[in-house]
Design a protein around this ligand. Structure first.
Ligand SMILES: NC(=O)c1ccc[n+]([C@@H]2O[C@H](COP(=O)([O-])OP(=O)(O)OC[C@H]3O[C@@H](n4cnc5c(N)ncnc54)[C@H](OP(=O)(O)O)[C@@H]3O)[C@@H](O)[C@H]2O)c1
Length: 286
């Protein structure tokens, strides 16, 4: 029987997951179809129930459902339980198990970029599901200091308090002021800046906008943008202008997807093919 894996989120226009996941299934000659399922909030519970059918291997979950979907699952794997957000679900004979492969995907991309988290000082922009997974990964890897800045300051304070707890109060985590970042003050002694907002995302309301200008970015910092479409975001352009090192969102996307693929199939993910197909899709205007 042919099987299906879904991508659940809303909107899904910017996503290239279906292209590189389908290429991975085809590479292994698996009779599996990866399908986008745009799902509004009111349809989420019914969509999750549909995943229990024998023909469904599981799904990926993306904005804005990563946290809300947890309530509809039967079990969470370790990091997903810690983070409280799920981006991948496996259907085990009708039981739905939630995983978070975003945190591991982010760390794998960061390691490949040669960044050592231990004792590092980082600034996170954003306080949504992605910021939660990235912050969790950084404090668990031994980051020493984190500033969380968000458009809605209360959410930054809440996330900072939660991250302090996750680090066993070993890391200094503070809610920061977005305006303070624009002046460059908060970034002065920082090693890593991660944009976990959707600012600059293609097809979104802020397409073409970057979080910071070059003058606010120190040359010695690694600037990482989780937005992967476009691959060269406005923030990364400003970071290059400032002489900073840059890391786009595509490696994290492919690595979280590769980990999901391995959970659904038990096969090794063909990451080179997945990268190539994702880049082709972005280049052709996805
Ligand atoms: N590369 C990858 O593998 C990967 C993985 C996960 C996520 N992502 C990307 O990361 C981004 C965030 O995802 P998410 O799941 O965390 O979404 P989310 O939970 O909806 O959070 C969105 C965040 O962006 C902020 N934001 C939205 N519009 C803004 C604006 N105009 N100005 C300033 N801040 C704004 C929000 O601030 P408020 O709190 O003030 O609303 C919030 O902090 C998305 O673009 C997503 O595609 C990439």
């Amino acid at each position: 029987m042919s099987k299906t894996v879904f991508l659940i989120g809303y909107p899904l226009k910017h996503s290239v997951s279906s292209v590189f996941q389908q290429a991975a299934f085809d590479h292994h000659r698996l009779d599996v179809c990866y399908q986008n399922r745009e799902t509004a909030g009111a349809e989420l519970e019914a969509a999750v129930q549909g995943l229990r059918q024998p023909s469904v291997l599981g799904c990926n979950v993306t904005i804005p459902h990563k946290e809300k979907i947890v309530a509809f699952l039967d079990e969470l794997d370790g990091p997903a339980a810690g983070i409280g957000a799920v981006n991948s679900i496996v259907n085990r004979g009708g039981r739905l198990v939630g995983f978070n492969t975003d945190a591991g995907g982010f760390l794998r991309a960061l390691r490949e970029a040669g960044f050592d988290c231990r004792g590092a000082s980082a600034v996170l922009l954003g306080a949504g599901g992605a910021a939660r997974a990235v912050g969790f990964a950084l404090v668990r890897e031994g980051a020493g200091r984190l500033i969380v800045a968000n458009r809605t300051p209360r959410r930054a304070e809440d996330l900072a308090a939660w991250l302090r707890g996750q680090s066993g109060h070993r890391a200094e985590v503070v809610g920061g002021d977005w305006e303070g970042l624009r002046s460059g003050e908060a970034l002065r002694d920082c090693h890593l800046l991660v944009n976990c907002t959707s600012l600059g995302m293609k097809h979104g309301a802020t397409e073409g906008e970057g979080a910071l200008d070059a003058h606010a970015i120190p040359g010695g910092v690694l600037v990482c943008d989780l937005v992967y479409n476009p691959e060269e975001t406005p923030l990364l352009r400003q970071a290059r202008k400032a002489g900073a090192a840059v890391l786009g969102g595509l490696p994290m996307l492919v690595y979280q997807g590769a980990a999901s693929f391995e959970l659904w199939t038990g096969r090794e993910a063909p990451v080179d093919i997945m990268f190539r197909k994702a880049r082709e899709a972005l280049a052709s205007g996805a």
